[in-house]
Design a protein. Structure first.
Length: 433
């Protein structure tokens, strides 16, 4: 049996396991070990199973992931998301669709101290969605708006996806963080345009709110100091050179804890809850990372990765034709896979090909993140949509998916803009020594 056929059987087996609801990390790990066993023998496979988990789970670079997750958990428990939405509501709520724009702005602000799309969507569902529904907003559109806004969690730094991409490709993570800022702001601006367009076409779906007095607007800004301080403290420290990205993650987690304690927002119960949340999310991520590494070793000995890279490079469609095919592949995978699994599974294959075709690694990192965000809100397995549906059961999955459609459309436009104008992603990184 040829090694290419073995690799194909491995992919089929992995997707079959996922289809019967075996966790993604476990599916990749089982197929990786089983395939390695089939191509070598039981002893090398068991050695792989004994050594890879230890080397992966003790990797110092990966410690950045639980630290940024802990930072976001402390921020959530201390109510920073509510302050962001309150400020947005005070300044934008009087406009038609203003609460929708306030929700998107709050998602962007919370993303700057969180780094997780799912956590951003879940948090803002509990903070912003009840207010929009009380104001007469269309439930499905409101939920879809928050699902789309949640994707900002992996674009605006700090971002877990950028961290994994940087570790896997040995790309400077601090430059990747900088590269995500302008595309993230572009996303917020384009989402605002979508909200205003819907409000113009269907005003009954996004009614106008009551204006807030100027005194209340100014007072709402007082609650933003903690978020701004954390963002400046973490990213500013990285770019000034006070600490590395990994150290910044720990500093950010401790800083968020200290701010929460000083403001009397974090008691023993909240701290325990944040630690438990971090443990759950980090364990799930590390299981996917471990499974991807095991599956990667299997693909390496089949030489599938090398052959796939060569195949992509030699396609007679030009570099942007290959890029288009890769992006289409991400859209398809996004319908059935988690964004972390997509990154871990595909980057070892597509990254070398993109580099041989002459693309910039930092720019391509932004494009990859943009591509995986589609899968988070697209049917049939948009994880942000499922998270929101689990919180608000009375809004159906179909209604939420309908609500995401206008934002998926504008995301396609944003992706085209970023491909046509790489400077949007590369200008800020170019300023870093």
């Amino acid at each position: 049996m040829s090694r290419d056929l073995v690799a194909l059987i491995g992919f089929i087996a992995m997707f079959a396991l996922m289809a019967i609801r075996v966790p993604i990390g476990v599916s990749m790990g089982l197929v990786g070990i089983g395939g390695f066993w089939a191509l070598t023998s039981w002893r090398p496979a068991l050695n792989l199973l004994a050594n890879v988990p230890l080397s992966v789970l003790t990797d110092y670079n990966l410690s950045i992931i639980p630290m940024f997750i802990l930072m976001g958990a402390f921020a959530t428990r201390s109510g920073m998301s509510s302050e962001l939405f309150a400020a947005g509501r005070a300044w934008l709520g009087h406009l038609r669709g203003g609460l929708g724009m306030a929700s998107i702005a709050a998602c962007g602000g919370f993303a700057a101290i969180n780094g997780s799309s799912v956590a951003t969507a879940a948090t803002m569902t509990q903070v912003a969605l009840p207010e929009m529904r009380r104001s007469g907003y269309h439930p499905g559109l409101s939920a879809g708006l928050i699902a789309a806004g949640g994707t900002l969690g992996i674009m605006i730094p700090p971002s877990v996806i950028f961290v994994l991409y940087g570790i896997m490709t040995e790309t400077d993570i601090s430059k990747l963080f900088a590269a995500g800022v302008l595309p993230g702001l572009l996303a917020i601006g384009l989402y605002f345009l979508v909200v205003q367009f819907i409000a113009w076409r269907h005003p009954q779906m996004l009614p106008r709110g009551e204006p807030c007095p100027w005194r209340e607007r100014l007072l709402s800004l007082k609650g933003l100091w903690a978020t701004l301080l954390l963002f400046a403290f973490v990213l500013g420290g990285i770019y000034v050179g006070f600490y590395t990205v990994t150290e910044a993650a720990g500093v950010g987690a401790v800083g968020t804890l200290v701010i929460g304690l000083l403001r009397r927002r974090l008691g023993p119960k909240e701290i325990k809850g944040a630690l438990v949340d971090t443990l759950r999310v980090s364990s799930a991520i590390m299981m996917i990372v471990l499974g991807a590494y095991l599956f990667g070793y299997f693909l390496t000995i089949t030489q599938f990765t090398q052959n796939a890279v060569q195949f992509l490079v030699e396609l007679p469609v030009g570099k942007y034709g290959v890029l288009s095919l890769v992006l289409v592949g991400y859209f398809i995978l996004g319908a059935v896979m988690d964004e972390l699994a997509m990154i871990l599974l595909t980057v070892p294959i597509v990254f070398p090909a993109m580099m041989q075709l002459g693309f910039d690694p930092i720019w391509f990192g932004v494009i990859i993140v943009m591509a995986v965000t589609f899968g988070m809100i697209c049917p049939p397995v948009g994880i942000n949509v499922f998270v929101i549906n689990s919180i608000v059961r009375d809004i159906t999955l179909v209604d939420i998916y309908r609500g995401t459609m206008p934002f998926i459309g504008i995301d396609v436009v944003r992706l085209i803009i970023l491909v046509m104008f790489p400077a949007i992603s590369l200008w800020l990184p170019s300023l870093i020594p």
